[in-house]
Design a protein around this ligand. Structure first.
Ligand SMILES: *[C@@H]1O[C@H](CO)[C@@H](O)[C@H](O)[C@H]1NC(C)=O
Ligand SMILES: *[C@@H]1O[C@H](CO)[C@@H](O)[C@H](O)[C@H]1NC(C)=O
Ligand SMILES: *[C@@H]1O[C@H](CO)[C@@H](O)[C@H](O)[C@H]1NC(C)=O
Length: 165
């Protein structure tokens, strides 16, 4: 069974995202200097849920964190996720949400990493946008609880690295 999950954008509520930098397409230097680092599977944190574990109580669904039902294709593979994130980052937009993701991984400041994890959360929740054209068509937060945890840790002043060495 296929179904879309529409979520309010939790990422945008507590943080005003900076304006998208459409002029940085990865070849022009600046915060998206592509020679610094590529958006590959290796820089994507573990999502915290294994995709494809059938739910006992709802056929056609799979199990997310706290036994919440999620679509069985969620979370995506890190490879597919990195590819979609990369596409959205080059646009500066995930679905309808402005995103900013610095590929200068030398910069491990909390502000930069918060923008990175917000970009990942927005990408997760709009993962199917290019397939369906619908904003909010993607995977629910309960399919990748670690992203929310990282976001909370950064907001609480903890040093969490994304793409750092
Ligand atoms: C984007 O990249 C292309 C090369 O792929 C380059 O020709 C173009 O000038 C770049 N645009 C900006 C705004 O940096
Ligand atoms: C991109 O980053 C690399 C490594 O820091 C640097 O050597 C290079 O000059 C930068 N390119 C641009 C166009 O800023
Ligand atoms: C990358 O980030 C580091 C640390 O913030 C900074 O010193 C450096 O200038 C940045 N490099 C580029 C090409 O923006």
């Amino acid at each position: 069974m296929k179904f879309a999950i529409f979520l309010t954008c939790l990422a945008a509520t507590a943080l005003a995202l900076p304006a998208p930098s459409n002029s940085n397409n990865g070849t022009s230097g600046g915060s998206n200097n592509g020679s610094n680092g590529a958006i590959t599977a290796s820089i994507i944190p573990d999502f915290g849920v294994t995709a494809g574990i059938q739910s006992a109580d709802q056929s056609g669904s799979c199990v997310g964190v706290d036994n919440k039902n999620i679509p069985c294709e969620c979370p995506p593979s890190k490879e597919a996720f990195a590819q979609t994130l990369s596409t959205f980052v080059s646009r500066g937009v995930a679905g309808a949400s402005a995103i900013e993701f610095s590929t200068n991984f030398t910069d491990q400041s909390a502000v930069t990493n918060l923008a990175r994890v917000n970009a990942m959360i927005n990408t997760l929740q709009n993962f199917n946008f290019d397939k369906t054209g619908r904003t909010g068509d993607g995977c629910p937060a309960v399919s990748a609880p670690n992203l929310g945890t990282i976001r909370t840790q950064l907001l609480n002043g903890q040093n969490v690295q994304i793409g750092g060495k």
